[in-house]
Design a protein around this ligand. Structure first.
Ligand SMILES: [Zn+2]
Ligand SMILES: [Zn+2]
Length: 292
């Protein structure tokens, strides 16, 4: 086990073990003028960094700017299926954003059958365009992992992804809301699975069951803030990156894994999947948190 910090205490929250919120939307207006405070609160909870996820071409530009302004914030570039009608999609400029070292993934992209708008007749061609675009970038040496949005669409989306030449282990199905059978389909495909606060909800037992069967080296944790605050903050708007801590604690518990071991595995997975280094916890925060 990693021993960067030799702090040992009986607190339920281990501030000495840093994590990253691997999926939030920090350009949402909810954080306007409050981003420094939001990130400081996250650090106080041991959430030392955030990957902020793009939804449109313009948002990809905005996310990169935000990532450049904050040391431990990284971004993605891409078009979300629920924003697929927000044209034009400027793939050339998305390509330029992806070349920046702070841009660590494509996405989020995929299919959404839960929402009626925009209809699949708009979502599908944009997904096809985006996947072909990512393949062409890969051929040019821009090779990033891919954040997948899949709502009630596993049987539609997996066959489409199978037809690409993209490396299956480089996909993460974010905000997993399926059941164990859906999880098995994604695992058989070869992708990672990431859980939000939904896994903590009492009425989402299937999602919790799914979280138990994901192999340790294939699991990630995120908030999808401003959406989906986990228990015990369910219903709080907006969700904030600090709450990734609650979801990580919950998932460690239901998997029967010790909290430090699970967090260490999360950091390993985050670092290898996104190619970033999880920042170390601030010694001042550790000093404040651990008085025993
Ligand atoms: Zn999503
Ligand atoms: Zn999202």
């Amino acid at each position: 086990m990693r021993s960067v910090f030799m702090v040992h205490c009986s607190h339920s929250v281990r501030y000495d073990l840093p994590v990253i919120d691997t999926h939030a939307h920090l350009t949402f207006p909810e954080y306007a003028g409050k981003l420094d405070e939001t990130l400081a609160n996250a650090r106080d909870a041991g959430v030392m960094g955030v990957i902020t996820i793009a939804c449109t071409t313009q948002d990809s530009h905005d996310q990169l700017r935000l990532a450049q302004e904050h040391e431990h914030v990284w971004c993605t570039a891409g078009v979300h299926p629920l924003y697929s009608d927000k044209t034009p999609h400027d793939w050339a400029s998305i390509r330029e954003i992806a070349k920046h070292p702070k841009c660590v993934a494509w996405g989020e992209l995929g299919l959404d059958n839960k929402h009626e708008h925009p209809p699949r007749s708009i979502q599908d061609p944009v997904l096809a365009e985006e996947l072909a675009f990512i393949e062409s970038c890969k051929a040019d040496g821009i090779d990033l992992p891919i954040v997948i949005h899949c709502r009630e669409a596993f049987d539609d989306l997996l066959p489409i992804l199978r037809q690409t030449t993209l490396d299956r282990s480089r996909f993460v199905f974010h905000c997993f809301t399926g059941n164990p059978d859906d999880a098995r389909k994604v695992l058989d495909f070869g992708a990672m699975i990431s859980f939000t606060g939904v896994v903590t909800y009492k009425n989402a037992k299937d999602v919790a069951e799914a979280a138990k069967i994901v192999p340790s080296d294939r699991i990630l944790i995120e908030t999808d803030a401003p959406f989906l605050s986990p228990d015990p903050k369910r219903g709080t708007w907006p969700c904030v990156p600090a709450y990734a801590r609650y979801t990580a604690e919950f998932v460690a518990k239901i998997r029967g894994e010790s909290f430090p071991d699970f967090h260490e595995q999360l950091d390993t997975n985050t670092e290898s999947f996104f190619g970033i280094k999880v920042p170390k916890a601030d010694p001042e925060i550790i000093a404040r948190a651990c008085t025993c």
